[in-house]
Design a protein around this ligand. Structure first.
Ligand SMILES: [Zn+2]
Length: 162
């Protein structure tokens, strides 16, 4: 499998800390309810790959799953790659960064969450960084009329501006 970003084990060890290396490069999992982005619910911004900085998830993709890890119902188009993972006697779908191959977590489908996709990207906080920069909006007047996150509207506005 080849990704745009290629580094040797030693090169990754040089740029990642021990826990990042264990999770991103050795498909580890952080303990639930310990990650810094588990309960992080920004209104704007983007979560990037902790290994290569590729944008992976937007703040509007995140939802409260209660599972103990950051949960997203969708990803930036083309940013996340899926693989069948048959480890631990289960069949799961592993997700990796499509730019560097870093392990993010797993995706689960059909769990009944009331999200637009009914998918849960269960991602290790350690595999992510958060950047609020994407939030820099020229139009500061856009306000939400209620507490609901209008993901689709926000997406359309951003794309038409780009
Ligand atoms: Zn990456």
């Amino acid at each position: 499998m080849s990704y745009p970003v290629q580094k040797s084990k030693e090169e990754w060890q040089a740029v990642l800390n021990k826990e990042q290396f264990r999770i991103l490069r050795e498909r580890g999992t952080e303990a639930p309810f310990t990650g810094k982005y588990d309960k992080h619910m920004p209104e704007e911004g983007v979560y990037t790959c902790a290994a290569c900085d590729a944008p992976l998830y937007k703040a509007g993709h995140k939802f409260k799953s209660g599972c103990g890890w950051p949960a997203f119902f969708d990803a930036v188009p083309g940013a996340v790659k899926r693989h069948t993972d048959r480890s631990f006697g289960m069949e799961r779908t592993e997700i990796t960064c499509n730019n560097c191959g870093g392990h993010l977590g797993h995706v689960f489908k059909g769990e009944g969450y009331s999200t637009p996709t009914d998918e849960r990207h269960c991602v290790n906080s350690i595999s992510l960084n958060f950047s609020a920069e994407d939030a820099a909006k020229e139009n500061g007047e856009v306000k939400k009329e209620n507490g609901e996150v209008k993901t689709e509207d926000a997406e359309v506005k951003k794309e038409s501006k780009a």
